[in-house]
Design a protein around this ligand. Structure first.
Ligand SMILES: *[C@@H]1O[C@H](CO)[C@@H](O)[C@H](O)[C@H]1NC(C)=O
Length: 219
């Protein structure tokens, strides 16, 4: 069995922070020198394209990873939302978290409505509902889908198609894979969920209070 191993130990790197280190190990029985080089390049690419935004601490909910979502664009349009609907407030629990334990991204009601209305306007297709989703359309309209970009302090994340849409099990309908926040304790909370994090490398750099995201194709 062949293997390729890389260690990149770094003490002061801008990319990984003090004391951090990165290692990549691939174990397969068919790794060639070229395969190793390609793997190394893909990992370097992830590190080079990593963008970060500060992690915010909420002492009342210390297990949640809060970030500062400052706006949302649909296509080229910055969706109009009142900044206080996105603002971090440790007392009320308001703000935005990145959560891998939630499946579907939820925005507080007026923010979701604004995103959805702009999305519907740009896709220009007959809209129907399906389960939790209120913006579904025939799969044939999918190519007209506008990109959704989340703007965080210091980092913009344009969601790939597979992180924006969900297909019905029958396959003929596609839905915007987002919804309004539920009417409970989390009504004031925006949640960036795991469907929106597919094929992204998400780095929780807690010692340095930041969250990093890079595109990564893991198929
Ligand atoms: C979030 O970003 C906005 C806009 O840049 C800024 O006014 C606000 O202070 C930031 N909030 C936090 C908690 O960093």
């Amino acid at each position: 069995m062949h293997q390729c191993r890389f260690w990149w130990v770094s003490s002061t790197s801008r990319l990984t922070g003090p004391g951090a280190w990165v290692h990549v190990i691939a174990l397969t029985n068919s790794v060639t020198v070229l395969g190793c080089i390609l793997l190394l390049l893909s990992q370097l690419q992830v590190l080079l394209f990593l963008r970060t935004t500060p992690l915010l601490r909420n002492p009342h909910r210390p297990s949640l990873y809060y970030v500062n979502l400052t706006g949302i664009s649909v296509g080229k349009v910055l969706v109009p939302v009142a900044p206080e609907l996105l603002a971090f407030d440790p007392n009320t629990g308001a703000g935005t978290i990145i959560d891998s334990g939630t499946v579907i991204t939820r925005f507080v009601q007026p923010v979701y409505t604004a995103i959805r209305d702009e999305f519907r306007k740009q896709i220009n297709a007959p809209i129907s509902s399906l389960g939790a989703f209120d913006t579904c359309f025939k799969t044939t309209y999918e190519a007209e889908k506008p990109a959704v970009t989340l703007h965080f302090t210091g980092m913009d994340l344009t969601l790939p198609t597979e992180n924006t849409l969900i297909h019905s099990s029958a396959g003929s309908l596609t839905c915007l894979a987002m919804a309004a926040a539920p009417n409970n304790v989390n009504t004031v909370l925006n949640v960036i969920a795991n469907l929106q994090q597919q094929n992204l490398r998400v780095l929780f750099d807690v010692p340095n209070s930041r969250l990093g995201i890079a595109r990564e194709l893991c198929n």
